[in-house]
Design a protein. Structure first.
Length: 306
């Protein structure tokens, strides 16, 4: 696992909130984790953090993959609730479908901790989330630095309906426009690499003078990079992603992607477990727990590859 100052900050956040959890959880707890897509490196890492922390605390955990399907997401949530769990952790496909799952857990009397993706309805114990607006702002400021604040920019979104991911776009837009960039294209690519490539190809055809692109996750950024390479515009178009997955870090090191905003998915998973345990033990937990983010460029990528 890579090490950096950011990891240390996240550990401090976790320790300050959950300093009393250096023990096996009482009560033989059973947790369930519903994750939107284990085909995405980011969610694999969140799930690993959850599994590792549960093992450390003596908690039985079941991880189920929604495979990007909201209907399946609800079905597997209901299955977990019927099996009998003490707490549900969920990273839903979108805010609305996530709310439906939370409402099901509410009816079953099962507390819910949401990891990274906010929900539009239902009652939750806590939301563990990155500073998405701040991360988008970092990307927008970097886009301005890369271009001198002149020219056209584009924005490739994840699937629409994510309140927290919209904050990434808002942060980018505010910083980019304040710095002088003109955002000429904005389109979703559903968090997928292949669609990121297709969307980028369409954007370049409609707006051949684009100089910088912000993608709300790295999978789409890597797809966009392929489109830029096929168009032979690597020297013109700079691409910034979000998540700092392994493939993106390697691309940054090799001069492909210009940068990515790093989250801490492993720590987010661990903190989600700790939050649920604290709640079950009758202790107060924050409604929202923000995990720090950091901009990664070629200048500091080696710190994250260690």
């Amino acid at each position: 696992m890579r090490r950096s100052v950011l990891v240390a900050i996240c550990l401090v956040v976790g320790l300050s909130l959950f300093s009393g959890l250096a023990f096996a959880a009482d009560g033989n707890y059973r947790f369930g984790y519903v994750v939107q897509d284990l085909g995405n490196q980011f969610w694999v890492t969140v799930a690993q953090g959850i599994k590792d922390r549960c093992e450390e605390l003596g908690i039985e955990v079941t991880v189920l993959d929604a495979r990007t399907d909201p209907a399946r997401q609800l079905a597997i949530t209901e299955d977990l609730l019927q099996r009998g769990i003490d707490a549900l952790l969920i990273s839903p496909w979108d805010s609305d479908s996530g709310g439906t799952c939370v409402e099901a857990a509410n009816r079953a009397g099962v507390p819910v901790v949401v990891v990274d993706i906010g929900v539009s309805s239902g009652e939750i114990v806590s939301l563990v989330v990155s500073d998405n607006y701040g991360g988008g702002k970092l990307a927008g400021e970097y886009a301005v630095a890369l271009t001198g604040g002149e020219g056209e920019a584009a924005h490739i979104q994840c699937q629409l309906g994510y309140k927290l991911l919209q904050a990434r776009g808002d942060g980018f837009t505010d910083a980019a426009e304040a710095g002088g960039l003109k955002i000429v294209a904005r389109q979703p690519a559903d968090s997928q690499r292949s669609l990121g490539m297709t969307v980028m190809q369409n954007m370049l055809q409609a707006h051949p003078n684009i100089k910088v692109v912000f993608c709300e996750n790295d999978e789409m950024a890597l797809g966009a990079l392929e489109a830029v390479r096929l168009a032979r515009k690597e020297n013109q178009v700079k691409i910034i992603g979000f998540d700092a997955i392994a493939d993106a870090l390697q691309s940054i090191k090799e001069g492909g992607l210009a940068g990515s905003v790093a989250q801490q998915p492993y720590e987010m998973g661990r903190i989600g477990v700790d939050t649920a345990v604290k709640y079950l033990q009758g202790e107060e937990v924050p409604e929202t727990i923000y995990v720090p983010v950091q901009l990664i460029t070629r200048d500091n990528v080696d710190e994250f590859l260690k």
